[in-house]
Design a protein around this ligand. Structure first.
Ligand SMILES: [Zn+2]
Length: 145
């Protein structure tokens, strides 16, 4: 049984930006203690705006589909436009209404937790000299993708 909105299932089957972000400036990962779902998010940010967001997950339909859907929605937006760190505030923002039926599993909030963490977690500059806010200028040394 699944009572998630169809868009979440669609995203689960055909994810948006699943993989590595080539110009990651911010990243975070997390695990849902209850479900064991794992999620990592990589963001390319500039001027406090999400330029690109990518994810990798070992999760379930809900959190993987939701991660894809949320990253598509926040792309191009300044983080000041986000509803905040509370998952319940994202539901109406994503046009999902409220969770009166309790149909969203606990790992749904993992998506928001990891996203908000990523926004506040600049990745270490490769050569140690780059300060926060440095724009991507040089060649990327991140070859692991
Ligand atoms: Zn999950």
């Amino acid at each position: 049984m699944s009572s998630f909105p169809k868009q979440v299932l669609d995203h689960y089957h055909d994810p948006y930006h699943r993989g590595c972000c080539e110009q990651t400036t911010h990243a975070a990962d997390g695990v849902c203690q209850e479900s064991g779902c794992q999620l990592s998010i990589e963001l390319a940010m500039g001027d406090a705006t999400i330029v690109e967001g990518w994810f990798e997950a070992e999760g379930c339909t809900a959190c993987e589909g939701l991660a894809s859907l949320v990253l598509e929605r926040v792309e191009g937006l300044p983080i000041s436009a986000f509803p905040g760190p509370d998952w319940s505030a994202w539901l109406p923002w994503l046009d999902f209404g409220t969770d009166e039926a309790g149909s969203w599993p606990s790992c749904s909030s993992l998506v928001i937790d990891v996203l908000m963490q990523a926004v506040g977690s600049p990745v270490a500059a490769l050569d140690g000299d780059l300060a926060d806010g440095t724009q991507f200028g040089g060649p990327s040394l991140r070859e692991e993708c």
